[in-house]
Each structure stands twice: as structure tokens, then as C-alpha cells.
Write a protein that binds this ligand. Structure first.
Ligand SMILES: *Cc1c(COP(=O)(O)O)cnc(C)c1O
Length: 381
């Protein structure tokens, strides 16, 4: 099998170039001529996520994460909701990690409840406690490779074993690591989910999602997605496809850059604490070293002086933009209190370990020296 760096560029590409085009052209056509397809789901139509720009991405993503099949969708949340609704039905119960991405947390607590799907949150660091939450109707376990914004890495090997022992479908949101830094399927996860909006596309210019897993399960998800309607437009497919080709270059750089910036921030007198699993001081450093090629370009830190100091920092940086989201070529900073975790009460945030002075940084591909100089001037003032 070829190295992932080669697969990113060549994997899944058309065997004969279309009209000699070196890049996959955009097939901006809602519908395609009927050619004897046997079922509705085989008729080519953009909503069915089966036009040429979809299928080339499906092949590439499946190769990258060593799954049988993949499905691209309109957003990370479309991938997550489609995967969960394909796994669970009314009367089922789900175990989910207690530090979920905000949108996923909302999906479970506000939407799935109304579909008759129940859940319990578990602490990924306390494997001995998980069995307590099992019910006869527990069907699945849902985790994230690296949690946001504290950058925690759960005991993912224990999750896989627990799922196997208890006959649960295991799902992992692999957005923060991506296929270059971590492949969850060979470890034993059933389904890997992505917000391709982040590092897979890498240029902050589209919203997209993906599910990767067995052929059988992906077919089920594709059928569900056709009814739910969250399909990816061919032009967004094209941009995602283009972005994916440079993933290895971007991730190698961001893995190194984030490690360097994390060490720089940790030594700055205005910084209380840095959360990055690539730092030796992080409680999950050993786990991350064992499981991941690198820890990606996102880190967070606590600034001395609470929410006022954190807000001032995000206002004073000149090179980085103060904006949510992550995984692009430009560095972004954000205060979780104002953005991703604004919906939580102060007590809920404290329980989740999100201090008022927390700043999240998504590193781009700028020079380390320029970023350090910019962070320095924002921290010093
Ligand atoms: C952004 C993100 C999502 C949601 O993705 P969208 O593309 O915005 O729908 C899900 N999970 C994680 C970890 C994310 O960072």
C-alpha cells in the first residue's frame, strides 16, 4: 500500500484522465442521463451524493483512512447527524464523551431526545466508570480524537475494547487529528467522522463533512442522507478535493509549529497554563505519542487576568484573526467563553474546566517568528 502522502495526491483519482485534465473537473450538473440504474439510490443526482465529484472523494477518503467506503456530506454536523441517525432509532441509548463539540452536544441534548434516543455522558479518563452507564438498550459509543478546547485525548484503545465487549457501534469524530495524524478504523473504531471544513479542506472556504467505515454501514448512511438532504455541492467537492492534496504538507508544518508555539506560550509570564497534547507537561502526552503522528495545529492557553485579559489578547493580535473554526492556512484565535462555549452557564463551563481566561489558537502556516512576535506584543500590553 502506498504512503498516505502519495494517496493524498493520487489515491482514488480517475484511472484515465477526463479529457486529459490533470485535475478532476467540476461536474456542475444536478442530474445525469439515465443509463439503466436498477434502484432510486443509483440514479445520479447531486442530492444522492453520487455524482463524479462525490465518488472521487469517496474513494480518496476511504483510502486515506483505510476504510471500505466513505460518504461526503454538506457539513460536519450533517455527517454526525446522519451517522447517529443511521446507528440509533427510537428506544436506543447512546454513551458519549462529556466534552463534546458544541454542535454535537446540542444534537444529542436538544434533537435526538425528541426522536426517542437517550444518552449518558461518560468521562473518557475513567474507563472503570463506563460500565455503570450501560443499559440493555445501549447501542453505540461516541467519542472525539482530541477534545475541544482543552485538547484532551481519551483512552481510545479502551473505548474500542469496551465497545467490542459490549456489542456497541463505536463512532469517533476524527476532525482534530484528521487522517494524516490518526487513523481510527485500524485501531478498531467502526466509523470515523469529519468536519472537512477544518484541516481536510484546510483553507477556511467551504463547509463539508464525511463519514468513513464499512461498505455496509456507509450504504446505510447514504440512504439516510438522501432522505435528510444534506448533500455536498459539486463545487464544494472540488474545493475539498483540492485542499486534501496538500494535507500532509500542512499537517507536518502545523504539528511542528503548534509544538513550538505551545512551548513559547508555556514560558511566557502572562500565561498560566498551555493545553497541547504534544507538550510533555500535558496529562495525555504519552497517549498522544503512542496513537498520533502529531497533535495538529490547535492549542489553548489560560491567560492571567481572566476574561478581560483573554478578550484584550484576541483584540490585540494583528496577524491572527479573532474568529472561531480551525484547520485553515491562517492562524485564528478565539475565546471559548464568547464563541464555542457561550451557550453554557458559568457553572457548566467551570465543571468542564473552561476557565474565563481561556484562549484557543488554531495555527495556520505562517512563520513561527512572526506569530511569536505578534503574540508577544498582544500578551505584553
Ligand atoms: C467544526 C466541528 C464540527 C462541525 O463541523 P461543521 O463542518 O461546522 O458542521 C464537528 N466536530 C468538530 C470536532 C468540529 O471541530
Amino acid at each position: 500500500m502506498k504512503d498516505i502522502k502519495t494517496q493524498l495526491v493520487h489515491g482514488g483519482e480517475p484511472e484515465t484522465l477526463i479529457e486529459g485534465a490533470v485535475c478532476m473537473p467540476v461536474f456542475q450538473s444536478a442530474t445525469f442521463e439515465y443509463s439503466g440504474e436498477g434502484s432510486y439510490h443509483d440514479v445520479r443526482y447531486i442530492r444522492l451524493n453520487n455524482t463524479p465529484n462525490h465518488t472521487v472523494l469517496h474513494k480518496k477518503l476511504a483510502l486515506l483512512e483505510r476504510g471500505e467506503a466513505a460518504l461526503v456530506l454538506a457539513s460536519g454536523m450533517a455527517a454526525i447527524s446522519t451517522a447517529l441517525l443511521s446507528t440509533l432509532k427510537a428506544g436506543d441509548h447512546l454513551l458519549a464523551q462529556n466534552t463534546l463539540y458544541g454542535g454535537t452536544h446540542g444534537l444529542l441534548t436538544k434533537e435526538l431526545k425528541n426522536f426517542g434516543i437517550d444518552y449518558d455522558f461518560i468521562d473518557l479518563d475513567r474507563g472503570e466508570s463506563w460500565a455503570r452507564y450501560l443499559k440493555p438498550n445501549t447501542k453505540a459509543i461516541y467519542v472525539e480524537s482530541i477534545s475541544n478546547p482543552l485538547m484532551q485525548v481519551g483512552n481510545l484503545e479502551a473505548v474500542v475494547e469496551f465497545a467490542k465487549n459490549n456489542n456497541l457501534v463505536s463512532l469517533i469524530d476524527n476532525t482534530f487529528t484528521g487522517p494524516y495524524n490518526f487513523c481510527p478504523l485500524p485501531l478498531g473504531f467502526d466509523l470515523s467522522l469529519h468536519s472537512c471544513t477544518k484541516s481536510l479542506n484546510g483553507h477556511s472556504d467551504i463547509v463539508a463533512g464525511a463519514i468513513i467505515g464499512s461498505r455496509k454501514f456507509i450504504d446505510l448512511c447514504a440512504e439516510k442522507a438522501a432522505h435528510l438532504g444534506g448533500s455536498l455541492d459539486p463545487h464544494a467537492c472540488f474545493l475539498l478535493h483540492r485542499g486534501i492534496k496538500t494535507l500532509a504538507l500542512r499537517m507536518d508544518y502545523q504539528n511542528r509549529l503548534a509544538t513550538e508555539i505551545a512551548a513559547f506560550l508555556a514560558s511566557h509570564p502572562a500565561v498560566e497554563k498551555v493545553n497541547y497534547p504534544g507538550l510533555k507537561s500535558h496529562p495525555h502526552y504519552d497517549r498522544a505519542q503512542k496513537l498520533f503522528r502529531g497533535c495538529g495545529g490547535v492549542l489553548s492557553f489560560e491567560i492571567k487576568g481572566g476574561v478581560a485579559a483573554a478578550t484584550a489578547f484576541t483584540n490585540k493580535v494583528k496577524l491572527s484573526v479573532s474568529a472561531p473554526s480551525l484547520g485553515g492556512v491562517e492562524s485564528l484565535v478565539t475565546c471559548p467563553v464568547h464563541t464555542s462555549h457561550a451557550g453554557l452557564s458559568a457553572d457548566e463551563r467551570q465543571a468542564a474546566g473552561i476557565s474565563p481566561g481561556l484562549v484557543r489558537v488554531s495555527l495556520g502556516i505562517e512563520a513561527a517568528e512572526d506569530l511569536k512576535a505578534d503574540f508577544n506584543q498582544a500578551l505584553d500590553s
